[in-house]
Design a binder for this molecule. Structure first.
Ligand code: NAD
Length: 481
């Protein structure tokens, strides 16, 4: 795919843009739009984030974004502020990108940040501009916000709201923002559509498909897309459970299914399941909203999708306990990965960190290593031990668990890794390691949904934990499959 900047916006049509909320989504959007040639003002309530961004530091890990931030700042087209008065004065099109986390004690989305961003902005709007939501919200939010902002704004009923859901993937955020698969504009007037077309002119000029629709459909596209992806992941993980009970091999199954082009192989990768700041809370919020609307039955299956996903974490802990001999108390575990996926430092609802925490709660001595997410992980779970390197995490490990499939782990040499650990037992929760290479290096390789094969006997295998801890590890005990 092209990485060159698409055509610049036409100066006479180009709106001045603000981006309210400069987290993973907003910072990337602000940088990308400035990079494309727009004048952009990023706004956040977090002074630290704003200062870092103005200094040229991206406050989170996203490959390629620091370079693009440097270019955008150097162009003079991008600045960041906490001053909403300045933003209201500056912007012709305002993109709201604040967080919509899950509410405490409910499956519903917490819309306080969205409501606050829209209302605080609307209070300050005195000329015709467009307010555009990019955050992921339950259906009906844009309509409700329209009423709210029109009541509050000096502009009254002339103030319009549009919705432009975002589909970027962390780890690929720059590419996805500059060259999206599609754009969706939820609008209520031709004027709003025109403003959005002007704001995305360079991207549309590349031939990017555009769907122009009403507000509710635009909101639903995002919920429906994430629900579909979550369902596909949980589907193959449900098949993994069947494999575990029958001795079938879920990797071969997924391969065979994926070759059917009606099914496709993407998102059909069995493993520890999904997490992060989007899929889990989005499917819950969607289900919750459908129940509010009296159509809960239509998406009741999402409860099952969620349950299958949560079960992966429990099944993974059960497998680790099993390979550790039935009891995790005092067992030294190297936990490789904390982020919810590779190439991200995001640990929101991260399956990796959740598993590490559960192992710790069962008494294991867990050493977590993640190439980028350790600082965030430490903030969430300070009780876990964090290693500064892969070798440090592996030192003396009795069970090694691959939890996030970073390239560093996938390409590590199993023989070298084996020299660090006490026992060459590995649980590959992401089906990301080369099982044959590990077995050939004397590792006992385990993965959910795949038949367990005994390791190739290698005389140099370090002494196993059963000797160290004085307990018997039953290496012949296989998964029930
Ligand atoms: P985030 O938590 O990283 O960022 C949210 C930012 O909004 C924070 O910096 C916070 O300080 C700021 N904020 C909160 N209230 C504010 C206010 N009133 N004014 C200005 N700033 C405010 O969240 P995120 O991951 O960027 O997600 C934002 C939204 O985008 C969510 O709805 C999410 O579901 C959606 N989304 C995220 C991604 C992703 O990959 N992260 C992808 C698509 C959609």
């Amino acid at each position: 795919m092209s990485t060159l900047p698409p055509a610049s916006p036409s100066p006479e049509r180009a709106p001045r843009l603000t981006v309210i909320g400069t987290g993973y989504l907003g910072a990337t959007h602000a940088v990308a739009m400035a990079y494309l040639g727009f004048e952009v003002l990023g706004v956040d309530i977090d002074q630290r984030k704003v200062d870092l961004l103005n200094e040229g530091t991206v406050p989170f890990f996203e490959p390629g974004l620091p370079e693009k931030l440097d270019e955008a700042l150097a162009s003079g087209r991008l600045r960041f502020t906490t001053d909403l008065d300045e933003a209201a004065e500056f912007g012709d099109v305002h993109f709201v990108c604040v967080g919509t986390p899950q509410q405490m004690g409910s499956e519903a989305a917490d819309l306080r940040f969205v409501d606050s961003a829209f209302t605080e902005l609307a209070r300050r709007i005195t000329r015709k501009v467009l307010l555009v939501g990019k955050s992921t919200v339950p259906i009906g939010t844009a309509e409700r916000l329209t009423t709210l902002v029109q009541e509050i704004s000096p502009l009254g009923a002339e103030l319009e709201v549009a919705w432009n859901p975002e589909f970027l993937r962390e780890g690929f955020a720059v590419q996805d923002t500059l060259h999206p698969d599609r754009l969706v504009f939820g609008v209520t007037s031709a004027w709003a559509e025109d403003r959005l077309r002007a704001a995305f002119e360079p991207i549309l000029a590349e031939g990017t498909p555009l769907i122009v629709t009403d507000l509710a459909t635009a909101e639903l596209v995002k919920s429906a897309a994430n629900s579909f992806l979550a369902t596909k992941i949980s589907y193959i993980n449900a098949m993994s459970e069947v494999c575990e009970a029958t001795g079938a091999d879920v990797i071969r199954l997924a391969e065979a299914l994926g070759l059917d082009e009606r099914i496709g192989s993407k998102f059909l990768k069995p493993g520890l399941g999904f997490g992060g700041g989007c899929l889990p809370k989005d499917i819950r919020s969607f289900k919750h909203r459908a129940e509010e609307l009296g159509i809960g039955e239509a998406v009741a299956f999402l409860g099952e999708v969620d349950a299958i996903n949560v079960r992966r974490r429990l099944r993974t802990v059960a497998l680790i306990r099993q390979v550790a001999g039935g009891d995790l108390m005092g067992v030294r575990v190297a936990a490789l990965g904390a982020a919810f996926k590779p190439d991200s430092d995001d640990v929101r609802d991260a399956p990796a960190l959740d598993v590490a925490r559960m192992l710790y709660l069962e008494g294991a001595i867990v050493s977590v290593y993640d190439p980028e997410a350790s600082v965030n992980a430490h903030r969430v779970y300070p009780d876990l031990e964090y290693a500064a390197s892969l070798d440090q995490a592996l030192a003396g490990a009795e069970v090694t668990v691959l939890l996030t499939e970073w390239q560093e782990f996938r390409t590590a040499d199993p023989a070298q890794m084996g020299e660090q650990v006490r026992t060459r037992t590995v649980v590959d929760t992401r089906n990301a390691l080369d099982a044959d290479r590990f077995r050939a290096a004397g590792w006992d390789y385990w993965a959910l949904g795949r038949p367990h094969t005994a390791p190739v006997p290698v005389p140099v295998v370090a002494s196993n934990r059963s000797q160290a801890a004085g307990r018997v590890v039953d290496k012949s005990a296989d998964l029930p499959c």
